[in-house]
Design a protein around this ligand. Sequence first.
Ligand SMILES: Cc1ncc(COP(=O)(O)O)c(C=O)c1O
Length: 269
Amino acid sequence: MEEANRLKRLPPYLFTIIDNLKKEVAATGMDIIDLAMGNPDLAPAQHIIDELTKSCSVEGNHRYSKADGPIERQLNIAISNWYKDKFNVDLDPKTEVLPLIGSKEGVAHLSTGFLNPDDIALIPSPAYPVHFNGVIMAGGILFNLPLYKENNYLPDLEDIQSDVLRRSKLFLFSYPHNPTGAVANPDFYEKSVEFASDDLLILYSDGVTEAQNEDGEFFGEEALTRELSNIRELNSKQIGEKLIAVVDNFVGKAKVHDDLTIAILKRTP
Ligand SMILES: Cc1ncc(COP(=O)(O)O)c(C=O)c1O
């Protein structure tokens, strides 16, 4: 059975490529620190596990959810309150909050929901795979905005030709940026909002990770570059320990695990 053309247009999945490379290297006996996927290695807080366990046994919870059910409404209100407390942003829980099963799923469905076959999506490159794969699956046209170190890994919005812009519908970015770790300042967000408003683009900020700690400090390339300046003289265990020290210093709660996988950025709850 032949798969649909949209599936054939997808590039090989990045993490499968990395997994295969890892296997190849491991077969030579080399010691590997796996920083490929930002996979949480810290357990969720105990009160969250307890509440989920308890809620699984509540009979009323064994039903499909409704868009405007009482529990769903409470959740949306709690999310909008969280945004207010944390970022001082006012969100209408009825019209401006939509819980998803994951950020990845939301990004993919946004493209499916809004892109027609000839619509262009402006996507920084490199990017987290679903940012471009979602566009490809939706049949949209992918327009890469190259990111360079000289520009602090921020896209150059002035560089986009007007005929591209005319056919563009979506501008998606994600800071702290995966995979570079770069962060964007408020100025970039303001410029992007202005740019998207002028050209009637949907602006999607995939803010899946948070790079600021309680003291308002940013975690990023600078601390890592400083700590790992002599990386070539270190063995993998020393590199792992240094990385953990940087993260520990930042979030204050990173833990050493046997396999040395670590969460570099604190996830938003
Ligand atoms: C930029 C970005 N978006 C989305 C995701 C996936 O988020 P979720 O697990 O909520 O689907 C990740 C995971 O690392 C990510 O880095």
